[in-house]
Write a protein that binds this ligand. Structure first.
Ligand code: BEZ
Length: 178
């Protein structure tokens, strides 16, 4: 993916809008890849599922905590993407008290498939999900790529290391120092 443009897709998000009224004032809002990536330098990290243990205990909260360090290195936004729908992603973001990281619902898996990162997780009853990876995306172009080893369908393990915020920060700092 290095040097390639992220796929152009439309994400179906749900946003709070008091004008909707009632006990559940949310509405659909379609956001495109351009809305998320155009004119910004971002970290995108993608994982196998909202609420799963490694993602909920380490990867997402660590990105949230380390956001100021990323911003100091010129990162405008940090996006957490998963092949889950907007309701699930919003509930996960709420449960994690996110203030910095923004979640992207890739419910149909279109973005993940076009990134070449869609894998079967039928062994866990998950269906098709994202392999764990992260990227620095600058104005829609992948500048740095952090893919966990062993990309495969129905993988027995869930490698986590290169796509950690700590590893990405180290790489960003090394690039700046070079
Ligand atoms: C985890 O993040 O811990 C996890 C991810 C996928 C399947 C099971 C667990």
């Amino acid at each position: 993916m290095l040097g390639k443009k992220v796929p152009a897709v439309t994400f179906r998000t749900r946003v709070r809008d008091e004008a909707v009224g009632g006990p559940n004032p949310y509405r659909w809002q379609d956001l495109t890849s351009d809305d998320y990536f155009k004119g910004k330098k971002v970290v995108l990290f993608s994982l196998p599922g909202a609420f799963t243990p490694t993602c909920s205990t380490y990867q997402l909260p660590d990105f949230e905590k380390l956001t100021p360090e990323f911003r100091a290195l010129g990162i405008d936004e940090i996006y957490c993407l998963s092949v889950n729908d907007a309701f699930v992603m919003n509930a996960w973001a709420k449960g994690q008290n996110l203030e910095n990281v923004k979640v992207i619902p890739d419910g149909s898996g279109e973005f993940t498939r076009k990134m070449g990162m869609l894998v079967a997780k039928d062994n866990l009853g998950f269906g098709m999900r994202s392999w764990r990876y992260a990227a620095i995306v600058n104005d829609g172009v992948v500048e740095q790529w952090f893919e966990e080893e062993g990309y495969s369908d129905n993988c027995e393990s869930d490698p986590y290391g290169v796509s950690s915020p700590q590893n990405i920060l180290e790489n960003l700092k090394a690039r700046i120092a070079a």
